[in-house]
Design a protein around this ligand. Structure first.
Ligand code: FAD
Ligand code: NAP
Ligand code: SF4
Length: 693
């Protein structure tokens, strides 16, 4: 099988009208040309598992309209055993292929290109029919897989080919073969999970046989003029993963076997190194892709934590890769590409890598969305712009410029209302101004920048520097007031809470009070964890700093690129406390909570759960732990015990006959997060818009 040879994938740099000429240089694949170097990487959203794919179609159509060069769907299984979970998406029949037409037609109508990812979950499957090269349970799975017989291996290879042919029939422009992140193909490649002694295991040649046969089957079934991306695990980050020499050898074999593009896979799902969380520096893994340059002629795609056009351009301009894959950033902003191209990068809604509304939801078996963009995956529910109400001249006051108020004010302004946004402090952002001070959460500043630009464009009038009261609003002749006044930190009724050593998390994070060397933190929710990080974790000075701390070895001395994590010493002694027994931070996100816990443990933070607070005095914090009285002789006790809503304006305003809407923390403080705050802002704006039509 001969695949079309590439002329050259060096950017022509013909388009100097954009500030990102490398990003917007076309990529010629021989039989087709991609308009730019932006790949929307595969992301499972939950929409692909639905019978009716019209919502998936609307989701991809919005991103195609936004100008991305090529998109890849979430993983679609080539057979039932390869399902991620029971009844998740598969491509095995012409009926299924026909159902995907709505997706490919919608994308093509917008001038876009889309490839279907073929993913066999192998031992990561969450159902009892799971199979793997060897019967070894994954540390993150409750199920032990069945060992694949040689016959089943052959059938599975054919199933990959059939899925590719059906993808073509469904109108896809190509497929991506998922060979990384620890899924079935990756399980064949490395000795960690492949203990076979037949022709499918043992030597590298035998371990590579399955991925290469899969690729040949795909190419043969789908034809030459069809994009085939191979996602190769270039850095496994698990014991007994690939050596660098094996990565190179397999990449060269993949090129020979007819792939068009080589995408980078970083880290298995079971790896204990965070690779996409917000604490990971931007572009921290581009060096991995760059290492392969020169070894193959295939265009190489760099991935992981590339969330701005500046970073993407930098990676391409410095020659580290030929294309960049961004996944979550396209959830956050479907128009990322268009805004970058038109020199409107400041308008991009930047993905802050929180994982809260995307990956964490998927792991909880819910549909994905995006914390900073509640429209993501709900394109049919929330249209991109809201209709202009007929009585749009009406004045609306929004009080509070935290995430809830910002979201609501921006939407209302764009709908044509006369919006006045009142903020007591001198800056937009509310609690995000505290969040952005946490080492590794600096990205939160981007959300504030995004809303700032949006408010200016929408003509929202912002009034800073004064706590607005009910009289102001009544005198201002506002008919409608949106209260987005947020929360006040809870002050638990611990005897001695008035002691001068007691600080709130606001005092500690704002730096208005200095914090001593020995600190007890009361409350181990997200904010308690963040305060512990603030007190013990220095921000990374560069990518190497992060790689060293987590034990990533760029020299690949050991298989899988695993090195020894470097313990970072801290002079501070910190105790993180909660009353509930059991795991600390249990409500934190599934995909990031473990990393927060590990980072703090590495810095010697003590986790005490099941404590009873007795009192605070000059000797410190007195508590009962496991039935025994203890005294923590600390310099400070920092209270992170949740919040109460702040909505003291509601009653007087309602009494004066104004329409009052409470959103975000002002509505309900319990279990408040920014996702809910921003979504409530949008929903309230829609309700007000509909009322004004
Ligand atoms: P707020 O952000 O509290 O904003 C309310 C605003 O109203 C404030 O700016 C206040 O000054 C203003 N205001 C109040 N009264 C008046 C008045 N009378 N007149 C004028 N202005 C007034 N959430 C997450 O989802 N993920 C995270 O990782 C995360 N990390 C966090 C880390 C820290 C350190 C903190 C403190 C919070 C974090 N949060 C996180 C929580 C998130 O910031 C809140 O859920 C969110 O800010 C709530 O938004 P809001 O708009 O309801 O209220
Ligand atoms: P939280 O998650 O509700 O945690 C509050 C903590 O205080 C709990 O550990 C609770 O544990 C303790 N507590 C509650 N009442 C108490 C009392 N009366 N006395 C002593 N302790 C008490 O709230 P938060 O940490 O303030 O965070 C606020 C919101 O911000 C959360 O909803 C969270 O989603 C969001 N946030 C998220 C992240 C993130 O990384 N995803 C980071 C920061 C904030 P016990 O009752 O067991 O003692
Ligand atoms: Fe990015 Fe967070 Fe949105 Fe996911 S939820 S796309 S990580 S901003």
């Amino acid at each position: 099988m001969q695949h079309t040879l590439l002329q050259s994938h060096l950017p022509a740099l013909s388009d100097m009208s954009t500030p990102f000429p490398h990003l917007f240089a076309p990529l010629d694949l021989g039989f087709t040309t991609l308009p730019n170097r932006l790949l929307m990487g595969s992301m499972h959203t939950g929409l692909e598992d639905q019978r009716d794919l019209s919502r998936l179609a609307a989701y991809f159509a919005a991103r195609a309209r936004g100008g991305v060069g090529l998109m890849v769907t979430g993983g679609i299984a080539p057979n039932r055993r390869g399902w991620l979970a029971p009844f998740s998406a598969k491509m095995t029949t012409t009926t299924e292929a026909r159902r995907h037409r709505v997706v490919t037609d919608a994308v093509h109508a917008e001038g876009g290109k889309i490839a279907m990812q073929i993913l066999h979950a192998g031992r990561y499957a969450m159902h009892p029919m799971l199979v793997a090269p060897s019967p070894l349970r994954a540390p993150i799975s409750p199920f032990r897989p069945w060992e694949m017989s040689p016959r089943l291996i052959r059938e599975t290879i054919r199933d990959f080919g059939r899925a590719a042919a059906l993808a073509r029939e469904a109108g896809y422009d190509g497929v991506e073969i998922m060979g990384s992140e620890g899924y079935l193909i990756n399980q064949f490649i490395v000795p960690r999970t492949n203990k076979r002694t037949d022709e499918w295991g043992g030597s590298p040649e035998n371990r590579f046989r399955f991925p290469l046969e899969v690729l040949r089957s795909v190419r043969q079934q789908a034809g030459d003029d069809f994009i085939v991306i191979f996602r190769l695990s270039m850095l496994d980050l698990v014991d007994d993963g690939s050596t660098w020499e094996e990565v190179v050898a397999l990449a060269q074999a993949v090129e020979q076997a007819g792939a068009n593009l080589l995408n980078t896979g970083i880290g298995w799902h079971e790896a204990r190194i965070p690779t996409i969380a917000t604490l990971v520096p931007r572009g921290a893994y581009a060096w991995v892709t760059a290492r392969l340059r020169g070894a193959v002629r295939l265009p190489l795609i760099a991935t992981n934590r590339i969330n701005t056009p500046e970073k993407a351009e930098d990676i391409l301009a410095s020659g580290q890769a030929d294309m960049v894959s961004l996944a979550r950033p396209f959830l956050a902003d479907p128009n990322f590409a268009r805004k970058a191209r038109e020199d409107r990068a400041a308008e991009i809604n930047t993905c802050i890598a929180c994982n809260q509304a995307c990956l964490d939801r998927i792991f909880a078996n819910k549909e994905a969305s995006c914390l900073v963009n509640p429209r993501a995956c709900r394109e049919t529910l929330f249209p991109p712009s809201l209709p202009k109400p007929q009585h749009a001249g009406r004045r609306i006051a929004v009080v509070g410029a935290g995430p809830a108020g910002l979201s609501c004010a921006a939407e209302l302004g764009e709908m044509g209302f006369e919006v006045h946004l009142f903020e007591a402090s001198h800056e937009l952002g509310g609690q995000f101004n505290l969040a952005k001070r946490i080492p590794g959460k600096e990205e939160f500043a981007e959300t504030i920048r995004y809303f700032d630009v949006r408010l200016q464009k929408a003509g929202v009038q912002v009034h800073f520097g004064r706590y607005i009261d009910a009289e102001d609003l009544i005198a201002g002749a506002f008919e409608t007031v949106v209260l987005a006044t947020g929360v006040v930190p809870r002050r638990p009724a611990i005897p001695g809470i008035e002691h001068p050593c007691v600080l709130s998390y606001v005092d500690a994070l704002r730096g208005t009070h200095s914090v001593g060397q020995r600190v007890a933190i009361v409350g181990a929710g997200g904010i308690g964890f963040d305060v512990a990080a603030f007190l013990t974790v220095p921000p990374y000075s560069d990518t190497m700093d992060y790689l060293r701390e987590w034990g990533v070895d760029p020299t690949y001395v050991a298989r899988g690129g695993l090195g020894t994590p470097m313990l970072v010493s801290t002079d501070r002694q910190v105790w993180l406390l909660q009353r509930t027994k059991g795991k600390m931070g249990a409500r934190m996100g599934k995909t990031t909570g473990w990393a927060h816990r590990l980072a703090l443990k590495n810095r010697g933070v003590q986790f005490w759960s099941g404590v009873e607070y007795q009192r605070i005095d000059d000797d410190g914090l007195h508590l009962i732990v496991n039935g025994q009285p203890q005294t923590l002789a600390v310099d400070n006790v920092i209270i992170c015990a949740g919040q109460e809503p702040l909505r003291d304006l509601q009653l007087p305003l309602e009494a004066a006959g104004l329409h009052v809407y409470c959103i975000g923390g002002a509505h309900v403080a319990a279990e408040l997060d920014a996702e809910r705050a921003i979504e409530e802002g949008l929903r309230t704006a829609i309700a007000l818009g509909q009322a004004a039509i």
